[in-house]
Design a protein around this ligand. Structure first.
Ligand code: ZN
Length: 629
């Protein structure tokens, strides 16, 4: 099945006017500004409530709530899959569709452009490595940065062709022009910001990476396809990304960051029985592992890990051991990762360090070498152990009610696994960890699956979309009520500067991320991006949206700019609601147990009193969002 490039999808959406596509199906009239409206094709109505904003590229029906972009419009009205819809639009509007290599039919011109960009990166990596080795001021600075600040041996720099750029870009543009790379390759390689000149001269090539340590990124075949650039003292003030510690190449015809894992080209040749992949957070962590002899370490490209990366991994070896920070953010990332890993069929183990707030593989291996690996391995947790602990840290002390609820949250993870056999084994393991009876756990899991099937995302049929709903006017299907997650998601999209402070203020277990709650899942994911400074900006969310439901919700939220006087206040109210929803039910439960001391044999009054005062304390703390702006 051919896979269309994300860059091509983005391009298509920019070039095709949504109004031209919709007007083949719906008669559109002016609706103020550049907006248009007409009768909704998705539900039955007599007065038009279907709005199209061609500037933003979104449609939204204020009657039934259906919203989306040009691709979802064609999918839904013509009953096509994603790829077919993109191809149909491309054909209609004369846009050439580009496919990922090895997945379909890229044209010969395209293949040669890709080859040229591979060659260009090889030349660039060599040139920048020579700059790193040079006897001049730049070389001297970067070598000492490497050996003294990062504490890596020089041999590792040579092995991985670590490079350097001075504040002017180390003359890379001139080198590449001399090597006669085509204008198109120079424009598309991602190493330069280019003025849209008619002729490409040296002056038009502004280097993207200046004053940074350059780490070449190779695809799984070992070809350099991009760079990650580490900020240093030499990074100049006028670098547009001055504050970013790491800057990656943008996506190019040869680089899709969600499809690539750093060091996979080498690690895949070393993995085997007893030598699983080791997943670390960043490229330098992976290099640290390599330098102490742990050669199976891999890292995502500065973003959270994606499903396609895990599928790629599974191709080579089914076992992966993971370093995630043991703080709340790390747990959040781990719990997002786990269902994807199970779905890909990977066997996962988690490294944790008792008592350590942060399990930093860089520091750990730097100080203690390979011996530390054997040690963390002995204390590693299985996937289910990890998920159970995240839900209830100390099952021996928890009430049966709490343990049953914890199991429910782990069932969500288990449901992602495709294999029935694996699921059954996981449920049995969870019952053991949470001290529940195994047959009861099996029954609970089966009924969880049934509920999931009933409430899970489904494709509405024509008759369903037109059926009158239980409430609301005739022909107006009911919309789910907005939740605090919904409001916070809206804020993140329209007041992006609130994203980072929110990511610090919200604890991951406050957010409802159940499969039916699209807003919660998205909020959780977006906060992760804000937290790690990888938020791509609200106009570039395609790579973060995984399902049609998610796309529709974001389209709907982006469609209308909310009129909010004080967004910080609204954010704080949302936070307060999340916190109350997370903590108050437990508080009520405790009060009940304290009022009926003999009803629940599980509970010891002293620990209940302690828990109550802790919950009361947490609920009393005023919600204050610290914004820098
Ligand atoms: Zn409608």
């Amino acid at each position: 099945m051919p896979v269309i490039k994300p860059t091509c999808v983005r391009d298509l959406k920019l070039r095709v006017n949504l109004a031209d596509v919709v007007s083949r199906v719906v008669t559109l009239r002016k609706a103020g500004g550049t907006r248009l409206k007409g009768l909704c094709p998705f539900h039955n109505e007599k007065t038009p409530s279907f709005h199209v904003d061609p500037d933003k590229g979104f449609f939204k029906c204020f009657g039934c709530g259906k919203a989306g972009d040009v691709i979802s419009f064609v999918r839904e009205t013509e009953q096509l899959g994603f790829t077919e819809a993109v191809e149909a639009i491309g054909k209609r509007f004369g846009v050439v569709i580009e496919y990922e290599e090895g997945s379909g039919g890229p044209s010969r011109e395209e293949r040669s452009l890709r080859q040229e960009i591979f060659d260009l990166h090889e030349v660039a990596a060599d040139h920048l490595h020579q700059a790193f080795l040079a006897a001049d001021d730049t070389g001297t600075y970067f070598r000492s940065y490497w050996t003294d600040r990062r504490r890596f041996p020089l041999e590792i720099a040579s092995e991985f062709k670590i490079g350097a750029t001075d504040a002017a870009g180390s003359g890379l543009g001139a080198v590449l022009l001399r090597r006669k790379f085509s204008e198109e390759a120079l424009r598309k390689c991602g190493l330069f910001f280019i003025y849209d000149d008619a002729t490409l001269t040296l002056g038009a090539l502004r280097p993207r990476f200046r004053g940074r340590l350059m780490i070449p990124i190779r695809d799984h075949q070992g070809r350099v396809v991009a760079f990650t650039a580490r900020q240093t003292d030499r990074t100049p003030e006028d670098d547009p990304a001055r504050e970013a510690k790491y800057v990656n190449s943008p996506e190019t015809p040869v680089f899709t960051k969600g499809n690539l894992l750093f060091n996979l080209d080498r690690a895949r040749t070393v993995v085997g029985d007893g030598r699983p992949f080791v997943l670390v957070e960043g490229q330098l962590d992976a290099l640290r592992c390599w330098s102490v002899g742990l050669k199976t370490a891999i890292a995502p490209q500065g973003t959270s890990i994606t499903e396609s990366q895990l599928v790629l991994l599974r191709r080579y070896h089914p076992q992966v051991e993971c370093f995630f920070d043991s703080d709340a953010a790390g747990q959040k990332a781990a719990l997002r990762f786990l269902p994807m890993a199970l779905k890909a069929g990977l066997e996962v183990r988690f490294f944790t360090l008792a008592g350590a707030a942060k399990l930093d593989p860089d520091l750990l291996f730097l100080e203690r070498g390979l011996a530390a690996y054997e040690e963390v391995r002995r204390a590693a947790l299985s996937a289910m152990e990890f998920a159970c602990r995240a839900a209830v840290p100390d099952p021996a002390q928890a009430s049966s009610e709490l343990r049953t609820r914890a199991a429910q949250s782990v069932y969500e993870v288990i449901a992602a696994a495709e294999s029935e056999v694996a699921r059954a084994a996981f449920v049995a393991e969870v019952a053991g960890h949470l001290r529940l009876s195994a047959p009861a756990a099996e029954r609970d899991f089966r009924s969880y699956l049934l509920r999931l099937q009933r409430s899970g995302p489904r494709v509405p049929t024509g008759s369903e979309a037109q059926a009158p709903a239980a409430t609301g006017g005739p022909g107006t299907p009911r919309l789910p009520p907005p939740t605090p997650e919904h409001h916070l998601l809206l804020l993140c999209l329209h007041y992006e500067s609130l994203g980072k402070p929110l990511s610090h203020a919200i604890q991951h277990d406050w957010v409802d991320t159940s499969p039916a709650h699209t807003a919660g899942r998205l909020l959780n994911r977006f906060l992760g991006e804000f937290e790690h400074d990888t938020w791509p900006g609200r106009d570039h969310l395609d790579s973060l949206l995984e399902t049609p439901d998610e796309r529709a919700l974001v389209a709907s939220l982006l469609f209308e700019a909310p009129s909010i006087d004080d967004p910080v206040k609204v954010a704080q109210e949302g936070l307060r609601q999340l916190r109350a929803r997370a903590l108050e039910p437990r508080l009520r439960q405790i009060e009940l147990a304290l009022a009926n001391p003999h009803a629940d044999s599980d509970s010891d009054p002293i620990s209940l009193l302690k828990e109550r005062s802790e919950l009361q304390r947490q609920l009393r703390v005023p919600v204050v969002l610290t914004t820098t702006a």
